[in-house]
Structures are given as structure tokens and as C-alpha cells.
Write a protein that binds this ligand. Structure first.
Ligand SMILES: [Zn+2]
Length: 461
């Protein structure tokens, strides 16, 4: 159920008049296949530019490379209040039509949903942000701060050719005091209430290849050779069993406090975790017996993790291999750097023998965190309270990454916030992101537009 629709629960009006237009806009965006790679976002960027130009917006499309387009437009404010960038990415991950029950690029509107790749991640937010900026103009809202809209390329492959490229090459066009982007906003059912997350932090990435070296030999005389697989085995054991120190960053501290506040079954465990973070593992082992996913999700928010994800070694049944390589997905906490993580890993592996190991960094991204309880944060809290009086807000850290990190690096306050009701089971919605039969309810498009519009209008007037 959409709270507030036809009930007196909401003192804020849902913008039902955008229903058709926002659904149609999302459907048309889905029909432009921007699977990355290769991306081909220019077509979507140009489509949005002409869409907005019909309402007298001046748009700019820029390309980091052939077909890799971004679109930017701006509503000027008087400058008395901060500026706000509404950010989204235009590219999507691949979809295999054979696995889907509908055409992933058909943009089908059926049963109250818009279906297709990007419906959740994140062409819906693009459509919502376009509606918001259009409404601000149509209603001649007297803005005291600039509102900038940027829909960019390449996020699904790391964003270096999209938001990262814009920040490096055209920063003046997207520079703002605040950014609203993906990464939070979906209501999590919590003790009968909705907990809306605002993504205020994200972990950093260190994707690392380690190559173990040895000396080949015959499989029948193991002692005469130096088996690289066994060396890699020691590497894996060392890294997988390493428990880095626990850090409670402000976002996670408040997140845990919020989960605690609304759900009695978890209250005790999380209260004691907050009191004695050093016993977190014991407490989470206990909590895991009741709710394994929650316990492990929380554990990953407390420390750096190192996970082996690929391994290759050996060529034949009877040959002892001289080489074995493995890939590790290491996630770094805000406050640490991938470089520090690399140093730590090498230090841990000294006992395995660094002279027999080679290291190759596949990708490294810095972690980031924005301050909580800024005026924009409080504005979001206030507006949500009116749309869903029983809901509440919690900051959250993603264990993955978004384009927000490019802006946080510049000191910009970034929040991941696409307001959505859990109008299907929460797990179902989560599963469809990058999954099969991705779809969003039209009710949620209206809800998202309404909440975001209210936030922006009130924040900047
Ligand atoms: Zn995304």
C-alpha cells in the first residue's frame, strides 16, 4: 500500500498528476538500450535533452568518448541558499532476455508497474529527477539555490567515463554544495514500521590479484617440487581468517541505533554491540542464529573485509604447477585507504613469503562518508515524516560503491536517496536490482517524485 494515497495518513499531497508522464518517461528511457559495456548513453542523454528543451530548458550533452554521453541542465536560484545537484546514471547492467518474462528493453507498462532493465537501477530516479526539475520550472518556484540535473554514463563500470570524467574535466558544470543520488531511500520493514535509509557513506574497493610462484615437478614426487597451489592455499587461509579491527563510523553507529529503536528482537543484541564494539563478533554470531543475513550485513559494516572470489592454477593431472593466481575483493572502511589495505595485506603475507608472491591491483576506489544531520538531511527527515508518519529515517553505509564518491572527494555532501515504499516484499525488490524482471510500481514513481519534489522545493525556498 502506498501510504497517504486516499487516506488521511499523509498531510502531504501525492503528485498524482505526474502518474502517466513519469511512467511514460521511464518506459522510454528503458527502451534505449544503454547496457554497459558498451554503454551507448549518448542516445539517452540526447533524448532527455530534447525532452527537457520542449519546456525551455537549456541542456548540454557532453561525451567522454564516442557514445559515452552525459546530459546536464540547470535552474538558476538567487544564490541565497546552497546549490543542489540531482545526479543519476544512464547506463544499466546486461540483461539476458531468455531469463526474463518480459522484454528487458521493451519498457512495458503492465499491472501497475514499469518493467525493464534500469526500472530500479536507476532510470526510475532519472525520470523522477527530470519530473522534479520540470515541476519546479512549471510552478515558477522562486529558488534561492541552483538546482542542477546531471544524468551520466558509465556508473556500472566504475563511473570513470561518466561522473568521474565530468568531475575531472567539467567540474564547474556539476559543482554543487549537495548531491542527491542513488544508494538509499528504499523503505526497510522494521518492527511494523518503514525505515527509510539515506546513504551517507560507502566502502572503498581494492580488487587485487595475487600470483603465487613455485617450481614445477612430477605429481608423483611432490617433495621435489614447490607447489604453487599449496602456497596460494596459505595465502587464502591467511587473508580469509584475518579479522581487521572494528571501527564504528558515525553512519553505522546511528544506523545500528535506528535498527535497535524499532525492533525489540534485535534491540538487546545491537545495544550491547554499540556499548562494547570489541565483542561485536560474539554478539553477531548469536544474532546470526536468528537472522543470518542481518548479522552478516552488519558485520561487513564494521570492518575491512578480504574475500577470495576467483582462483586459477594447474594445467594437468600429474604436473605440480609453478603458478597459481587468485583474485580478492577487499572492501575498505571510510577512514582507511586502499593503499593502507594493500600494505596490511602484504604484511600479513610475510609469513607465506613475499618473494614468492606477485601483486597486481585490478581496481582501487577510495571509501567516502558525508556528515549526518546537515540541513538537507533534516529536510528529508521532515518531509518523510509527513508522507509516512510511522516511518523513520536512518543513515546507511553501502558495502558497494556509487558515483557519490567522486563528489565526496571534492568535499560535497552526498546522499543516496531514492524514496521508495516497500510495496512488494523488501527482498523481492532487492533481488530485482541487477536481477531478473526488474520493475518499479507506478505508485513508487509517484511517491518518489512527490517526496523528492517536496524536499527540493522546501530546501531551496
Ligand atoms: Zn546504479
Amino acid at each position: 500500500m502506498i501510504t497517504g494515497e486516499g487516506t488521511e495518513m499523509s498531510s502531504y499531497r501525492l503528485l498524482k498528476e505526474v502518474r502517466e508522464e513519469v511512467a511514460d518517461l521511464l518506459s522510454r528511457l528503458i527502451q534505449i538500450d544503454t547496457t554497459n559495456p558498451p554503454g551507448n548513453e549518448t542516445q539517452a542523454a540526447e533524448f532527455l535533452a530534447s525532452y527537457l528543451e520542449r519546456d525551455d530548458f537549456t541542456c548540454e550533452t557532453l561525451e567522454s568518448g564516442r557514445g559515452r554521453g552525459d546530459v546536464i541542465t540547470r535552474l538558476k536560484g538567487t544564490g541565497e541558499k546552497p546549490s543542489l545537484l540531482l545526479l543519476s546514471h544512464l547506463d544499466v547492467v546486461a540483461a539476458n532476455p531468455k531469463e526474463w518474462s518480459v522484454d528487458p528493453f521493451g519498457g512495458l507498462i503492465k499491472d501497475g508497474f514499469v518493467w525493464g532493465r534500469g526500472a530500479l537501477d536507476m532510470k526510475s530516479m532519472t525520470a523522477i529527477e527530470v519530473m522534479v526539475i520540470k515541476l519546479l520550472k512549471k510552478r515558477k518556484v522562486k529558488l534561492k539555490g541552483d538546482v542542477i540535473l546531471a544524468a551520466t554514463a558509465d556508473e556500472e563500470k566504475g563511473g570513470e567515463e561518466g561522473a568521474g570524467w565530468l568531475v575531472r574535466n567539467h567540474y564547474e558544470k556539476v559543482k554543487a554544495d549537495y548531491v542527491l543520488n542513488e544508494g538509499g531511500g528504499l523503505a526497510i520493514p522494521m518492527g511494523g514500521k518503514s525505515m527509510f535509509t539515506i546513504q551517507t557513506a560507502e566502502k572503498g574497493i581494492l580488487w587485487l590479484k595475487i600470483r603465487a610462484k613455485g617450481t614445477p615437478g612430477h605429481g608423483s614426487i611432490p617433495g621435489a617440487a614447490d607447489n604453487a597451489i599449496l602456497r596460494m592455499n596459505d595465502v587464502m587461509r591467511t587473508l580469509a581468517s584475518y579479522k581487521s579491527k572494528i571501527t564504528l563510523i558515525p553512519t553505522v553507529k546511528e544506523y545500528l541505533g535506528s535498527v535497535t529503536a524499532e525492533d525489540k528482537t534485535k534491540k538487546k543484541a545491537l545495544t550491547s554491540l554499540l556499548k562494547t564494539p570489541s565483542s561485536a563478533d560474539r554478539i553477531l554470531d548469536e544474532l546470526g542464529k536468528k537472522d543470518k543475513f542481518l548479522a552478516e550485513e552488519i558485520r561487513a559494516k564494521l570492518r575491512m573485509t578480504i574475500t577470495p572470489t576467483e582462483v586459477k592454477g594447474g594445467v594437468k593431472e600429474n604436473i605440480i604447477p609453478s603458478e597459481c593466481e587468485a583474485v580478492f575483493d577487499c572492501r575498505v572502511m571510510p577512514g582507511q585507504t586502499p593503499e593502507e589495505a594493500m600494505e596490511k595485506i602484504k604484511k600479513l603475507l610475510r609469513k607465506v613469503g613475499l618473494e614468492k608472491l606477485e601483486f597486481e591491483i585490478i581496481e582501487a576506489n577510495q571509501p567516502s562518508e558525508s556528515p549526518l544531520h546537515t540541513p538537507l538531511y533534516e529536510q528529508i527527515v521532515d518531509v518523510l515524516k509527513e508522507f509516512d508518519p510511522h516511518g523513520y529515517v536512518a543513515p546507511d553505509m553501502l558495502t558497494g560503491g556509487t558515483d557519490s564518491r567522486f563528489f565526496r572527494k571534492k568535499g560535497v555532501v552526498c546522499y543516496g536517496f531514492q524514496p521508495m515504499q516497500a510495496d512488494e516484499p523488501y527482498g523481492e525488490i532487492r533481488k530485482r536490482i541487477h536481477g531478473i524482471d526488474e520493475r518499479i510500481s507506478i505508485n513508487n514513481l509517484v511517491f518518489g517524485t512527490s517526496v523528492l519534489y517536496s524536499v527540493v522545493e522546501r530546501f531551496l525556498t
